[in-house]
Design a protein around this ligand. Sequence first.
Ligand SMILES: Nc1ncnc2c1ncn2[C@@H]1O[C@H](COP(=O)(O)OP(=O)(O)O)[C@@H](O)[C@H]1O
Ligand SMILES: [Mg+2]
Length: 255
Amino acid sequence: MGKVIAITNQKGGVGKTTTAVNLSACLAYIGKRTLLIDCDPQGNSTSGYGFEKDDYELSVYDCLVDPEKLRDAILKTKYDGLYLIPSAAALSAAEIELALEDDRERFLKKAIDKVKDEFDYIIIDAPPALGMITINIMTACDSVLIPIQCEYYALEGLSQLVGTIRKIKKAYNRRIEIEGVLGTMYDGRTNLSIQVLDEVKKYFPDLVYKSIIPRNVRLSEAPSFGEPIIEYDRTSKGADAYMSLAKELVRKNGG
Ligand SMILES: Nc1ncnc2c1ncn2[C@@H]1O[C@H](COP(=O)(O)OP(=O)(O)O)[C@@H](O)[C@H]1O
Ligand SMILES: [Mg+2]
């Protein structure tokens, strides 16, 4: 059975998409069959692999409307063992459409369950909001990986996020747990980054990954080439860091 990991933090710009794209590429690189589901209507994970959102007959939106369609929505990337379900602008309408349905929190879960045993890892890139899509994501996943930007206001909103996870656990998904907390855009030359990471470790004892993602310009350049960092610049610090994260995550999950 594959493990479904959602990359969540309702704050924008903290490195969710960068982590979703590069973690899944590294997982595939180390031999894990991986599916990335782009659940952000902005579709940055989709373009991060060089796909155009809205270019495909089926997107994650269609899978939410009709779970039977999920298998047909899967695109093969040019990397071995790495697959993508693209986003589409239409996904933003799902926020409202889902709210009107019975069983509205389970649509994504129903869809993912159909292919769960065909992958080692299913990674979900989440939108920067705590709406119906995020509730569907949290109901469908086994765990959440929380990226935290090592800068001002990093801890802002975290208690709300943890509160939401707790509520989801009670109401919809008893399995859900925090997979890990990832420091991103870390700059070891500044006291601020060091202090923020210390605060995060106090807030989440034992959950913070040893792997830390540095601020690295190569990571911000790679998406405009439609490539994950291990393809764009394998020798960069960013590539090292995401490879180290993938290995740490796999190790924590028993290999
Ligand atoms: N470690 C990093 N070093 C440098 N730039 C980064 C890093 N992580 C993310 N970025 C850049 O910061 C911006 C926000 O990151 P993104 O992953 O899109 O965040 P989110 O998905 O949480 O909104 C993007 O322009 C991205 O390229
Ligand atoms: Mg994003």
